[in-house]
Design a protein around this ligand. Structure first.
Ligand code: HEC
Length: 100
């Protein structure tokens, strides 16, 4: 019984995107300053489209993670893979989708 609970705990998708507090802070800063330079300081859009929760709801996490990791060729959206691993990117997408 405990074994089952423990393995459920380990495979929880929430846990996969759990990051250390200090890294969460860095990512929030990055979002404001780096992403904000194109998407707007309040993320309502600028050179890049709005990243507000309401505007991302209909887009799949995979699609958004892919956009952030690899950028969009032919647009100003750069790839962030050199700075963000997949878990960090997923965490950012969750943050964006859940912000109010
Ligand atoms: C140099 C400008 C620039 C910066 C910096 C930038 N973006 Fe973008 N981003 C864009 C543009 C332009 C698009 C729209 C691309 C297109 O036309 O498909 C975009 C698209 C996106 C999309 C897809 C939105 C949608 O509705 O499909 C996401 C998500 C996104 N950016 C997240 C980020 C995040 C997170 C960061 C910071 C880590 C970031 N961007 C930094 C310019 C930028």
């Amino acid at each position: 019984m405990y074994k089952i609970l423990f393995s459920l705990f380990l495979s929880s998708p929430l846990l996969a995107t759990e990051l250390p507090e200090s890294r969460q802070k860095e990512l929030k800063n990055l979002l404001k300053h780096d992403c904000g330079s194109c998407h707007g300081l309040t993320l309502k859009g600028g050179l890049g489209p709005s990243l507000l929760a309401a505007d991302l709801q209909n887009k799949s996490n995979e699609f958004l993670v892919d956009t952030i990791q690899n950028g969009r060729k032919g647009t100003a959206m750069p790839p962030w893979k050199p700075f963000l691993n997949k878990d960090e990117t997923r965490w950012l997408v969750q943050l964006l989708k859940n912000q109010s």
